[in-house]
Design a protein around this ligand. Structure first.
Ligand code: GTP
Ligand code: MG
Length: 136
């Protein structure tokens, strides 16, 4: 079975959306096979976001991801990597389609970094790499 890494980011946890996100994943038919609430360490986030090193939003992004607890989930199912990205919607919650997690539940709060509730791996390679970081 294909696996992906889903994170409920600090904004999602603060807004009590853990259950809502997991419910959408489960209603779609995907299976949660690993789950934890963690305060992320900088070193973990630097590994997780290594592709974004040097971008203007990198440091605000790492700070934001350390601003409170996050939920890490390993989610399984055929096509789950693409399928969860589709459930999540576009990166920017302002333009994310209604019906998606970001489109239904997110908005622009004027923060330095885009607060968009969830993360989902974007390829088989990133899923394997990211699951190795969060579920070592
Ligand atoms: P993730 O599932 O979180 O990885 O989102 P994504 O794959 O849709 O976006 P990407 O990997 O490109 O960026 C990672 C995160 O950085 C995003 O989820 C946003 O929180 C933030 N981000 C990305 N692009 C921008 C940007 O142009 N400006 C700002 N302020 N933040 C950004
Ligand atoms: Mg990404």
């Amino acid at each position: 079975q294909e696996q992906t890494l889903v994170l409920v980011k600090p904004d999602g946890v603060r807004r009590n959306l853990i259950g809502e996100v997991l419910a959408r994943i489960e209603r779609k038919g995907y299976v949660v096979t690993g789950l934890k609430l963690v305060q992320a360490e900088r070193a973990t986030l630097e590994q997780h976001y290594e592709e974004h090193v040097g971008k203007p939003f990198y440091e605000p992004l790492v700070e934001f991801m350390m601003s409170g607890p996050i939920v890490a989930a390993r989610v399984e199912g055929n096509g789950v990597i693409e399928g969860f990205r589709s459930l999540a919607g576009a990166t920017n919650p302002t333009s994310a389609a209604p019906g998606t997690i970001r489109g239904d539940l997110g908005r622009d709060w004027g923060a330095k970094v885009m607060e968009n509730i969830v993360h989902g791996s974007d390829s088989v390679e990133s899923a394997e790499r990211e699951l190795g970081i969060w579920f070592a």
